[in-house]
Design a protein around this ligand. Structure first.
Ligand SMILES: Nc1ncnc2c1ncn2[C@@H]1O[C@H](COP(=O)(O)OP(=O)(O)O)[C@@H](O)[C@H]1O
Ligand SMILES: [Mg+2]
Length: 609
């Protein structure tokens, strides 16, 4: 119930449209009642030439006792009963059709719009989540929720709204007719209703469980799909096609089984209702025969009653079906609401102030850090380090030492577990996140490029940067030359993740991006480690242009970069074990000397080749 209310909240903005469709649907309901009422005169008067020429009574208003005649609702110029009925039937169907059409459109408009709003909200919410959230939720699953689950909700809400309104009014209209014709008979006929509704509700609960499992299976399939498609090269390189195919088939089979179970459960409710309907009609026939014999009912009136009852079958079936669809929507909305409720781990403190300028420096004060998903041990321990404005600080250390972890704390991809990280003397958690990140440029080992033009990738997220600025950035990043050789220059699409570019070209685009952002603090995390020697030289030059005049923390593995640093920080197993300049550290006999010698040998080996 709570979930339904939450879903309906998204429809609240569209209440005017909803109101209009309620009115229109009420007309549809009334039209159904009128059709059932007209059956009486058709049998007793139109199809019975011996009938008297009296006015045709349709019904008596139950509140004021007005009698409503057919003559009241058709043009006065028509006097023949057959023409009057014909005219009334045509008019009623015309009005009903129009109202139904409009109301259906409006209701679906509300349903689709509300769900579009919901999807947008979920997307925004997911975007705001920190790294921790994405570690816990796989891309495939998130995509499945945002697309398929919300799609299910959309179908369901439009169905629920449309059917609930339409069928309720139709039932009301027809209920009026049968109660009016013979209220005792009506009440007796209606006693079968609970016999129908109780078992369908029970089936509904099972349907909800199956529906939820079906979403899970679909998400699983989605995840396999997403991984194998984006990792298609690895799949081929390891000849794992058959393995992936088996995995996919197994998941697809699970989905199939769940879906079939769902169909079975859903198909169970209609035959159940039909059976009870048939029983009722058989009973009614027997009763009516006696009533007509004693003259307390005409054949036309009885037909009108039975037709109204039969006409109720479809709406009642649909109303109980709504329950099933509703269960389905609730099943689908659970994950979606879970994402909506998830509180971002990294967010602005209520009293956060913007970081206007970066002037003095970055200071790690006894910082320890543990990844939230890791239960034992810290990935950073008691790190104390200061980076003065304008300095270049190099981080070196073996793989897994915590270098990436350390630099990722600066833009608050994660928050420190203990200690403080300060910029210009204030804890970075006191600054507004957007203003903090605005001051930091990052070039990492893997650059994420979007499947867009070169120009848009350089000016990512800033649609109104002038083309000259993009060109200047590209020139400074030494990317201009290769960009101009691309088929459409700056307007060339670079493919998913930039597959159409080489590693060195991708890095230079990333550098151009950082140049354009022009942030005072720069983080370079092994920006050249994927590259061959030649493109590395180009990228190194581009990096030198980028570093000019900025405060830089560089995770480096090449001596050339490290030599230029004001300070070298050696990390090992999450601890700082040495700090100093190249000259101070190179002969100290510590980790740095070892790394340095290793690299010297490696560089020599490359030279020999
Ligand atoms: N997202 C993560 N969740 C849990 N542990 C992580 C995560 N990222 C890195 N680690 C662990 O933290 C340690 C430091 O990793 P990292 O900072 O990437 O090292 P480096 O960049 O120095 O090679 C490693 O032991 C690694 O296994
Ligand atoms: Mg790293």
């Amino acid at each position: 119930m709570r979930d339904l209310l939450r879903l309906l909240r998204y429809a609240r903005r569209y209440w005017l449209y909803l109101l209009a469709s309620v009115v229109l649907m009420a007309c549809v309901g009334a039209a159904h009642g009128m059709i059932a009422l007209l059956v009486g005169p058709i049998f007793d008067r139109v199809l019975n030439p011996a009938s008297a020429d009296a006015p045709v009574l349709l019904f008596t208003d139950p509140v004021f006792g007005h009698r409503v005649y057919l003559e009241d609702i058709v043009p006065a110029s028509i006097h023949n009963v057959a023409s009057m009925v014909a005219c009334a039937i045509l008019t009623i169907f015309l009005v009903k059709g129009l109202c139904d059409y409009l109301a259906n459109y409006l209701v679906n408009f509300v349903g689709c719009s509300a769900v579009t709003d919901l999807r947008n909200t979920v997307f925004d919410k997911v975007l705001k989540q920190g790294a921790q959230f994405f570690e816990a939720h796989s891309t495939g699953r998130l995509m499945s929720s945002i697309m398929n689950d919300i799609e299910k909700i959309q179908v369901a809400t439009s169905h629920i709204l449309a059917d609930l309104l339409r069928q309720s009014f139709v039932v009301l209209g027809l209920l009026f007719v049968i109660l009016h014709k013979d209220w005792r008979l009506a009440l007796v006929s209606l006693t079968v209703l609970p016999v129908v509704i109780v078992p369908t509700a029970r089936i509904g609960r099972r349907i909800r469980r199956t529906s939820r499992r079906s979403q899970d299976n679909a998400a699983e399939l989605n995840q396999i799909l997403q991984e194998t498609l984006s990792g298609h090269q690895v799949v081929k390189a390891f000849g794992a096609e058959a393995y992936e195919s088996r995995r996919f088939r197994a998941a697809a089979h699970r989905l199939l089984k769940t879906n079939l179970r769902y169909v079975l459960q859903q198909a169970m409710s209609s035959p159940l209702i039909e059976l009870f309907g048939a029983l009722t009609i058989v009973g009614l026939l027997w009763y009516a025969r006696n009533q007509i014999k004693v003259g307390s009912m005409t054949a036309g009136q009885f037909t009108s009653f039975v037709i109204a009852l039969l006409m109720m079958y479809e709406p009642v079936k649909r109303l109980t079906g709504i329950h099933n669809i509703f269960e389905q929507a609730i099943g689908a909305s659970q994950k979606v609401f879970e994402y909506l409720e998830h509180i971002e781990e990294i967010r602005d403190h209520p009293s956060a102030a913007p970081l206007e300028r970066f002037e003095q420096g970055i200071v790690f004060e006894d910082v320890s850090f543990r990844y939230p998903s890791v239960s034992n041990g810290y990935q950073l321990r008691n790190v104390t380090l200061s980076v003065k404005a304008g300095e270049v600080v190099a981080l070196v250390g073996p793989s897994g030492a915590g270098k990436t972890t350390l630099v990722n704390l600066v833009p608050r991809f994660y928050d420190v577990s203990s200690g403080r990280l300060c910029i210009d003397g204030r804890d970075i958690r006191e600054f507004q996140l957007a203003s903090l990140r605005d001051k930091i440029g990052i070039v990492a080992q893997d650059t994420f490029l979007f499947n867009d033009t070169v120009a848009n990738n350089i000016a990512y997220g800033r649609p109104d940067v002038p083309p000259e600025a993009i060109r200047t950035a590209a020139q400074t990043a030494l990317a201009e030359e290769f960009i101009q050789q691309l088929p459409e220059g700056y307007q060339t699409l670079i493919g998913e993740r930039g597959v159409k570019l080489s590693g060195g070209q991708r890095q230079r685009l990333a550098i151009a991006r950082a140049l354009l952002k022009n942030a005072p603090i720069l983080i370079l995390d092994e920006a050249t480690s994927h590259l061959d020697t030649e493109s590395e030289m180009l990228v190194q030059k581009a990096l030198a242009n980028l570093m000019a005049g900025r405060t830089v923390i560089v995770v480096a593995h090449r001596l050339s970069t490290i030599r230029r640093a004001h300070k070298i920080v050696v990390l090992e197993s999450g601890r700082i074990c040495e700090i100093g300049t190249h000259e101070e550290l190179v002969n100290r006999g510590g980790v740095y000397q070892r790394l340095h010698e290793l690299q010297f040998v490696e560089a020599g080996a490359v030279m020999d080749l």
